[in-house]
Design a protein around this ligand. Structure first.
Ligand code: TA6
Length: 299
């Protein structure tokens, strides 16, 4: 089925769910807009990218850059980009795109349904000749998004090839905060992290981290829930099926180098990325599957 609003609206008739042409000139990309009594959520079929989540009566939980590009080629800056099948520059060659190819591919919507007051979308990405050129493996990636008082996303990867499959994954979530310099974090004390700003030095985390400058850390063997206390609210991020958590804020200098990110926007966001990276990557035997699930909720 074509990923056009007309085709999708006529196929999926779910109360509280409509498909529209999203941002980005021309025909734009198709966005699924969820509006229920419990929450709002926007999901672009490009990248299966959750760009907006806002529980009823609350401020938006996810950050989306005002300068995000919606050209159907560029990864959308904000929301929850899907980094797969590798993280950052860990691809097979120096030309491999940063954070893999899943976030810059059009996904197929295979199911949309209401479950009580929640809405569930299921999107799929499968290996193609194009992906095999970058990464010679056969896979089916099923991404399930459940929208209600919490946002729950499940990333299930199945190895449909004849060889073992090793992949990295990160749901690169951008959270909307009032002032990143004032947020309190919980969930990292006593852990170790790879400091991507210090030649990947393995470093012990003493106390909880604060954001006083650029931070770019991969906490390994990290399964604890993370709590972001932002003024009068707490954003909770919990995960199963992944043992890496990335903490990232670009701060001033890197923000100025990013063309799809406002120079001052570093103050308003913080990435808590739930993943399976490096030593915590996933290896699947032929025919096997693995799921990582991330739940975001306030309270
Ligand atoms: O997750 C942290 C990170 O690897 C940072 O180093 C920064 O590059 C960020 O991802 C954004 O990467 P992107 O490719 O989306 O610009």
């Amino acid at each position: 089925m074509p990923n056009t609003p007309i085709a999708l609206n006529s196929h999926f008739k779910v109360p509280g769910l409509t498909f529209e042409a999203g941002r980005g000139g021309g025909g734009g990309q198709t966005v699924a807009r969820i509006r229920t009594e419990l929450a709002e959520c926007d999901v672009y079929l490009f990248g299966a990218h959750v760009t907006h989540y806002q529980p009823a009566g609350e401020r938006p939980v996810l950050f989306l850059s005002d300068k995000a590009v919606f050209d159907g080629k560029t990864a959308i800056r904000g929301g929850i980009p899907i980094c797969f099948p590798w993280f950052a520059g860990n691809g097979p060659t120096k030309k491999s795109p940063s954070h893999g190819f899943a976030r810059t591919r059009e996904w197929g919507l295979v199911d949309a349904r209401r479950e009580g007051e929640e809405i569930v979308l299921v999107l799929v990405l499968v290996s193609t000749e194009n992906t095999r050129k970058m990464w010679p493996h056969e896979f089916v990636f099923t991404y399930t998004i459940r929208v209600g008082r919490s946002l729950c996303v499940e990333a299930k990867v199945t190895n449909v090839g004849d060889d073992p499959l090793r992949y990295e994954l990160a749901l690169h979530s951008y959270f909307d905060v009032t002032d990143v310099r004032k947020v309190a974090l919980k969930g990292f004390a006593g852990c170790e992290y790879i400091d991507q700003l210090q030649s990947n030095a393995v470093t012990a985390q003493s106390g909880e981290p604060t954001i006083d400058g650029e931070v770019d850390r991969i906490y390994q063997n990290h399964t604890a829930d993370v709590v972001i206390t932002d003024g009068d609210r707490r954003i909770n991020v919990s995960k199963t099926g992944g043992a890496s958590t990335v903490l990232w804020n670009p701060h001033i200098a890197k923000a100025e180098r990013m063309s799809d990110f406002g120079d001052e926007e570093w103050r308003k966001m913080l990435c808590i990325e739930s993943g399976a990276i490096g030593e915590n990557a996933v290896t699947l035997a032929p025919g096997k599957s693995h799921s990582m699930k991330v739940t975001v909720f306030l309270g």
